[in-house]
Write a protein that binds this ligand. Structure first.
Ligand code: SF4
Ligand code: SF4
Length: 78
C-alpha cells in the first residue's frame, strides 16, 4: 500500500496583503509576529509583505487568527 503525503500550510493572498493598511503606524505584519515557529517573516523589512516558509509551516493557524485583514488562509495538499 502506498502512503499518501499530506500537508497543510498557510498561504497569503498577496493581492490583498498590505502592511501599510493593517498596521499603518509600525508596518509590522501581525500575522508574522504571531508565528511562534518563525516560519512567516517580513524578510524585506517593515512595511513589506511577509513570506511563509511553507515546508516548515506547522499548520497551527495562529497567523490566520492574527491577520486583521484576513488575507492568510489554510491550504491543504494531499
Ligand atoms: S499578512 Fe495580514 S497582518 Fe501580515 S502584512 Fe499582510 S495583511 Fe498585514
Ligand atoms: S500556520 Fe502556524 S506555523 Fe504556519 S505560518 Fe501560520 S503561525 Fe506560522
Amino acid at each position: 500500500m502506498r502512503m499518501q503525503a499530506k500537508k497543510s500550510f498557510a498561504v497569503i493572498d498577496y493581492h490583498r496583503c498590505d502592511p501599510r493598511s493593517c498596521n499603518p503606524d509600525e508596518g509590522i505584519c501581525l500575522a508574522a509576529e504571531a508565528c511562534s515557529h518563525k516560519v512567516m517573516k517580513q524578510i524585506d523589512g517593515i512595511f513589506e509583505q511577509p513570506i511563509i516558509f511553507q515546508d516548515m509551516c506547522m499548520g497551527c493557524w495562529d497567523c490566520i487568527e492574527a491577520c486583521p485583514l484576513k488575507v492568510v488562509f489554510a491550504k491543504h495538499v494531499t
